[in-house]
Design a binder for this molecule. Structure first.
Ligand SMILES: C[S@@+](CC[C@H](N)C(=O)[O-])C[C@H]1O[C@@H](n2cnc3c(N)ncnc32)[C@H](O)[C@@H]1O
Length: 228
């Protein structure tokens, strides 16, 4: 993905005020879909997928009921989206959770829009499945250190030469106890690729709908050099 072009679009859509402070940017295009995300995150996902070239895909770890996945898909019918969830959290009935996800996708995405969903651990999907190069990766799985670290290391061989990486639950505080930030920084320090942490998008608490839910890390990564 041309991450420089994406960042130019992002700056047009979000003012500095909207990036860094609580704002009235509260429009949720999917009010009937339950989820752990905020309207600003939903918009960022949709803009990122919009910037994907045809040969690359979006890949999401941790869909829950599909709020972030469907937000990424909105008005992006021509894009390739893939995702996984093993439904190890927030449900004791994975089959019922899959039904809810499928119902939400069918309700909000046109029938011709293909979303390649895998009900499985992300490590298995990234080891076994053939995916197009991932130009935009969203890591929104479990918060423990190993899951966050593996979420970065296992995806590395699938990433496009230049890719955007968004990591949710960036804040480590008592209300979230997410190791996302530290595990991501440790994983990229060991990576063969080049990385840039572009933004740490803030939240005041876990579930901050006027900000970035539980905080996000927005990174880009490349093999040779990022687009000018
Ligand atoms: C914070 S929720 C995701 C929220 C979601 N993106 C939304 O739009 O509401 C985290 C999800 O990651 C899933 N998960 C946890 N560990 C996983 C793993 N190892 N592989 C795949 N999914 C996993 C959980 O089942 C849970 O649904």
């Amino acid at each position: 993905m041309d991450t420089t072009a994406f960042l130019a679009v992002l700056k047009k859509v979000f003012s500095v005020q909207e990036m860094t402070k609580p704002t009235d940017f509260r429009f949720d295009p999917l009010p009937d879909v339950q989820g752990k995300t905020a309207p600003k995150v939903q918009r960022l996902l949709q803009l990122g997928v919009r910037c994907l070239p045809p040969e690359e895909c979006y890949f999401e770890v941790g869909t829950f009921q599909g709020k972030t996945l469907i937000s990424a898909a909105l008005f992006n019918e021509d894009k390739h989206l893939a995702a996984c969830d093993d439904f190890s959290e927030f449900t004791d009935d994975p089959a019922a959770a899959l039904d809810v996800l499928r119902r939400n996708i069918n309700l909000h995405c046109p029938p011709h829009q293909f979303i390649d969903f895998h009900m499985a651990d992300f490590r298995h999907v990234l080891r076994e499945e053939r995916l197009p190069p991932i130009g935009f990766y969203f890591n929104d799985g479990a918060h423990d250190y190993a899951s966050q670290f593996d979420g970065l290391t296992h995806v590395e061989d699938h990433l496009a030469d230049e890719a955007l990486v968004l990591v949710d639950d960036w804040r480590f505080t008592p209300d979230s106890r997410s190791h996302a930030r530290q595990a991501t920084l440790d994983a990229i320090a060991r990576s063969k690729r080049k990385w840039e942490l572009i933004y740490e998008l803030p939240a005041r608490f876990n579930g901050d709908a006027a900000m970035w839910w539980n905080g996000l890390g927005l990174l880009r990564t490349w093999v040779s050099s990022p687009s000018a």
